[in-house]
Design a protein around this ligand. Structure first.
Ligand SMILES: Cc1cc2nc3c(=O)[nH]c(=O)nc-3n(C[C@H](O)[C@H](O)[C@H](O)COP(=O)(O)OP(=O)(O)OC[C@H]3O[C@@H](n4cnc5c(N)ncnc54)[C@H](O)[C@@H]3O)c2cc1C
Ligand code: SF4
Length: 342
């Protein structure tokens, strides 16, 4: 049986109490939200802490609040289930609801939070193993070893960003608020991530992710396409978050596509070919080719890297066709099935 190491535990009641406690020892303190990633990681000794601060009692981190401006403020401790059940989010942010509904299983979504999903540890075949397994081949760079087993000789870790909400939130232009005793700052979701498997967040250890601000949706549509082996429960091996906005005449005024699970951070695809244009199959194909050229997955998760790269083209093409109302070449992946050629 895997056991937690001996830990101090506290449940602050206010954001001020939380940031003050965190500032006292950020290096050996971890924030505990739903615990669906952190607790297994502590048990397998991937992550280490002397103190856990449970953030579930703090009202400032709760709730889904539509604003008069049309924006929505989402508390970081909002559960994934609450997001999938919100009528407002289902109506106005269907792409976000689809991304969140694809995360793990119903039981884990009841506990797991949107803040925890954004701060999720990066993943790798050589890292997400038992402690005995990792010790037997010697620990890798991500665990203070001196070799990356995926790319020996590489000075950096290539573990992948496996958050399903991150590419979608980046695509729709959401922002996150970060609080510490030094104050508050708000940054774009894509700026929260660093393309490095070890230092994968731009958030400082003394900062708490408090809220996510969803922009008002006007004439825009969003979607999320996720590739994984088992549709009942599995991390993504590719996630495509996409948003397209059009004017009254159907010309595209904004388009954003982010790829998840092919690098240590969500990757932004060049969509400039679509801007100012009426959507066509050729333009969508051009963007999908750019996405495939951008993605250079390594052999550190499920499926072969060559096939995952081919699927980048297929999934970006499919997601953009869906948003642009073009005839489908593949059916959008739903629970229980892969994307299917039609
Ligand atoms: C079997 C299984 C399958 C899974 N499948 C998926 C999947 O398909 N897709 C997917 O994206 N995830 C998946 N997960 C991972 C996880 O369940 C989700 O990502 C979940 O949303 C994590 O949220 P949490 O509240 O449980 O985070 P926690 O485990 O509590 O925390 C995760 C990390 O975020 C930090 N953190 C949490 N909240 C904050 C905050 N407000 N501010 C700063 N730091 C914070 C914690 O300190 C920790 O480092 C899976 C997990 C399991 C066990
Ligand atoms: S990419 Fe390399 S360093 Fe990073 S977790 Fe995998 S084996 Fe370790």
């Amino acid at each position: 049986m895997m056991r937690l190491p001996s830990l101090q535990w506290a449940a602050p009641r206010t954001l001020t109490e939380l940031t003050t406690r965190l500032a006292a020892d950020p290096a050996s303190t971890k924030l505990l939200a739903g615990g669906t990633d952190l607790i297994p990681n502590l048990k397998r000794r991937h992550q280490h802490a002397r103190q856990l601060l449970w953030i579930g009692k703090i009202s400032e981190l709760q709730g889904i609040q539509p604003e008069a401006s049309g924006e929505v403020s989402l508390g970081a401790s909002t559960t994934l289930t609450a997001i999938t059940r919100s009528d407002h989010l289902r109506r106005h942010y269907p792409g976000l609801v689809r991304a969140v509904a694809s995360i793990s299983s119903p039981v884990l979504r009841n506990m797991g939070t949107i803040g925890g999903n954004l701060c999720l540890d990066t993943r790798c075949t050589y890292y997400n193993q038992s402690e005995e397994w990792r010790r037997s081949i010697d620990y890798c760079l991500k665990e203070a070893g001196d070799t990356c087993w995926v790319a020996p000789g590489s000075p950096r870790c290539w573990a992948i960003s496996a958050s399903d909400s991150a590419p979608l939130l980046a695509a729709i232009g959401a922002k996150v608020s970060l609080h510490s005793v030094a104050g508050e700052r708000e940054i774009d979701v894509e700026k929260l991530f660093v393309d490095d498997g070890i230092q994968y967040l731009a958030k400082r250890p003394d900062e708490v992710l408090t809220r996510i601000r969803l922009p008002a949706v006007s004439h825009s549509r969003s979607t999320y396409w996720k590739l994984r082996r088992r549709h009942s429960i599995d991390f993504p091996v590719l996630g495509v978050g996409a948003m397209v906005a059009s004017d009254g005449g159907g010309r595209i005024t904004a388009a954003r596509v982010f790829l998840g699970a092919v690098a240590s951070a969500p990757l932004s695809v060049d969509t400039s070919a679509l801007l100012g244009q009426l959507p066509t199959e050729e333009l969508v194909h051009t963007v999908a080719e750019r996405a495939r050229d951008l993605a250079t997955p390594l052999d550190n998760t499920d499926f072969t890297l060559q096939w995952r790269r081919r699927m980048v083209h297929s999934y970006v093409d499919g997601a953009l066709r869906e948003l642009c109302g073009l005839p489908a070449k593949v059916v959008a992946p739903r629970e229980g099935r892969f994307a299917i050629e039609v």
